[in-house]
Design a protein around this ligand. Structure first.
Ligand code: 5AD
Ligand code: SF4
Length: 356
């Protein structure tokens, strides 16, 4: 079997698992092949999505996450509407094509209104030119619809793992795998470009689980993928006393890069993010993601005062950098990877554009 085949799209789960097991030269070949496929299909443009982590309040209690409800060591914050708009204006003035508004999960009216106001006013301040992606968790269909009408056009909701069994082990019993899948279908029905993703290298996760994740993305017909390695947070039930041995970190990094590469081969025309968590495991992690077939980078544009309170995992990079420093640093990283920034473009995936 060669990954060069256009038929990589129809690889079965066993074949995908075989690719994910590639080591040494075989792995280098896989990553290079995915990179070639990305450049051939999408060119060497990388799109910026400025990410505003506007609130760390969360009603959920995922066992792996540093801002879970029961973590009392986190100073909770919610940015004001004016602060969110200032961040969006900053991104627009610097010609970022789009922003992502991300937060912990809440369903209360005040939160729903804040997001709605932010969407409407970002649309106004940018004359509709700044794309807006939401990443604020599971919501009622009516809320998803309201936000769509107010200007959000993309939504990121990671499934975290497509194994219902593993999902149940990673979450308290009031979290429902089926509900999360329903949300993804609802988002698609409403007309959002839909993104999902998983954490890679979770305790108890097998290569077959990851291969089935890729199959899940394919069956869901996603437009965007945001995946990253699982990174221990010592103040969580999953991370407590777990340690984070360096060999393990290297393996997790490699597995995450292989997942990006395999996804590029199986879903060639979707947007794939090179996520911040890659950089938590290796200083050049995000460049490595671009080299393995990713084509999106999400510079953090959250004001520095809030960054240390938005630590989903230990060792999150860029905690002291001002947004402008992040921009310069990421531009350099993109150039080093042999790419260029697609300034001022929404950067929709050809996959989403084909859907129309
Ligand atoms: N390691 C890596 N990613 C994490 N996330 C939450 N906690 C961790 C962790 N410990 C990811 C989840 C969530 C996204 C916002 O952050 O995948 O969807
Ligand atoms: Fe909340 Fe998301 Fe963290 Fe779960 S992963 S605790 S929903 S912020």
């Amino acid at each position: 079997m060669t990954t060069r085949d256009t038929d990589a799209r129809s690889l079965d789960v066993q074949e995908i698992a075989r690719l994910l097991r590639a080591e040494g030269e075989e792995m280098s070949h896989l990553l290079a092949e995915a990179r070639r496929r990305r450049v051939a299909l999408l060119g060497n443009k990388v799109f910026f999505r400025g990410i505003v982590e506007f609130s760390n309040l969360c009603t959920k209690n995922c066992h792996y996450c540093g801002i879970r409800r029961d973590n009392r060591d986190v100073e909770r914050f919610t940015m004001g509407l004016d602060e969110i708009l200032a961040a969006a204006r900053w991104a627009h003035e610097r010609n970022y094509g789009s922003v992502v508004l991300q937060s912990g999960e809440r369903q209360d009216e005040r939160f729903v209104d804040l997001v709605d106001q932010a969407l409407r006013q970002i649309r106004d301040l940018s004359g509709g030119r700044l794309g807006v992606t939401l990443s604020v968790g599971e919501q009622e269909p009516a809320v998803y619809r309201r936000w769509f009408e107010s200007g959000a056009h993309r939504y990121l909701l990671r499934i975290e793992t497509s194994s219902p069994h593993l999902y149940a082990r990673l979450h308290p019993c009031d979290h429902s795998f089926e509900d999360r899948v329903s949300c993804l279908h609802e988002l698609r029905r409403i007309g959002y470009q839909v993104g999902t993703g998983v954490m890679i290298g979770l305790p108890g996760q097998t290569v077959e689980d990851l291969a089935r994740d890729v199959d899940f993305f394919r069956r869901l017909d996603v437009d965007m993928l945001g995946m990253g390695p699982y990174v221990v947070h010592s103040g969580t039930p999953l991370g407590e006393g777990a340690g984070d041995g360096s060999l393990d970190r290297q393996r997790r990094l490699e597995l995450a890069l292989k997942m990006i590469a395999v996804c590029r081969l199986v879903l060639p025309d979707v947007n794939i993010a090179s996520t911040t968590a890659l950089q938590a495991l290796h200083p050049r992690g995000r460049e490595m993601g671009l080299q393995a077939g990713a084509n999106v980078i999400m510079p953090i544009i959250t004001p520095v005062v809030y960054r240390k309170s938005y630590q989903l995992y230990d060792g999150k990079p860029c905690l002291d950098e001002e947004p402008a420093q992040c921009q310069t640093c990421l531009e350099m990283r993109i150039r080093v990877a042999g790419d260029e920034v697609g300034w001022g473009e929404w950067g929709d995936s050809p996959h989403a554009l084909r859907r129309g």
